[in-house]
Design a binder for this molecule. Structure first.
Ligand SMILES: [Zn+2]
Length: 61
Protein backbone atom coordinates (compact mmCIF):
# COMPACT_ATOMS: atom_id res chain seq x y z
CA UNK A 1 0.00 0.00 0.00
CA UNK A 2 2.77 2.40 0.94
CA UNK A 3 4.59 1.51 -2.28
CA UNK A 4 1.48 2.31 -4.33
CA UNK A 5 1.16 5.75 -2.72
CA UNK A 6 4.82 6.49 -3.35
CA UNK A 7 4.49 5.35 -6.95
CA UNK A 8 1.45 7.58 -7.43
CA UNK A 9 3.33 10.58 -6.02
CA UNK A 10 6.22 9.82 -8.37
CA UNK A 11 3.86 9.94 -11.38
CA UNK A 12 2.40 13.26 -10.19
CA UNK A 13 5.92 14.59 -9.69
CA UNK A 14 6.94 13.60 -13.23
CA UNK A 15 3.79 15.13 -14.66
CA UNK A 16 4.35 18.34 -12.73
CA UNK A 17 7.97 18.62 -13.82
CA UNK A 18 7.20 17.93 -17.47
CA UNK A 19 3.96 19.87 -17.97
CA UNK A 20 3.80 22.60 -15.32
CA UNK A 21 7.36 23.42 -14.40
CA UNK A 22 8.62 22.49 -17.89
CA UNK A 23 11.91 21.47 -16.41
CA UNK A 24 14.69 20.89 -18.88
CA UNK A 25 17.46 18.36 -18.67
CA UNK A 26 20.66 20.16 -17.59
CA UNK A 27 22.69 17.94 -19.92
CA UNK A 28 20.78 17.82 -23.22
CA UNK A 29 17.88 20.28 -22.76
CA UNK A 30 15.10 17.76 -23.37
CA UNK A 31 12.03 17.79 -21.10
CA UNK A 32 13.20 16.42 -17.77
CA UNK A 33 11.32 14.00 -15.55
CA UNK A 34 13.83 13.56 -12.75
CA UNK A 35 14.76 16.12 -10.09
CA UNK A 36 18.33 15.75 -8.91
CA UNK A 37 18.10 18.34 -6.16
CA UNK A 38 20.12 21.61 -6.22
CA UNK A 39 17.70 22.90 -8.88
CA UNK A 40 18.98 20.46 -11.50
CA UNK A 41 16.75 18.24 -13.63
CA UNK A 42 17.56 15.35 -15.86
CA UNK A 43 15.75 13.47 -18.62
CA UNK A 44 15.40 9.69 -18.55
CA UNK A 45 17.93 9.19 -21.35
CA UNK A 46 20.69 11.09 -19.57
CA UNK A 47 19.79 9.44 -16.25
CA UNK A 48 20.17 6.06 -17.98
CA UNK A 49 23.53 7.02 -19.53
CA UNK A 50 24.81 8.44 -16.23
CA UNK A 51 23.75 5.25 -14.49
CA UNK A 52 25.52 3.11 -17.10
CA UNK A 53 28.69 5.18 -16.72
CA UNK A 54 28.56 4.88 -12.94
CA UNK A 55 28.29 1.09 -13.23
CA UNK A 56 31.19 1.04 -15.69
CA UNK A 57 33.38 3.18 -13.45
CA UNK A 58 32.65 1.15 -10.35
CA UNK A 59 33.41 -2.12 -12.19
CA UNK A 60 36.85 -0.83 -13.27
CA UNK A 61 38.16 -0.84 -9.71
ZN1 LIG B 1 19.03 14.72 -21.06
Amino acid sequence: MKYQVNHFLLIIDEWYLTHIKRAKCFICGNPATLALGNGLYECEDCAYIANEMAIEQSSQK
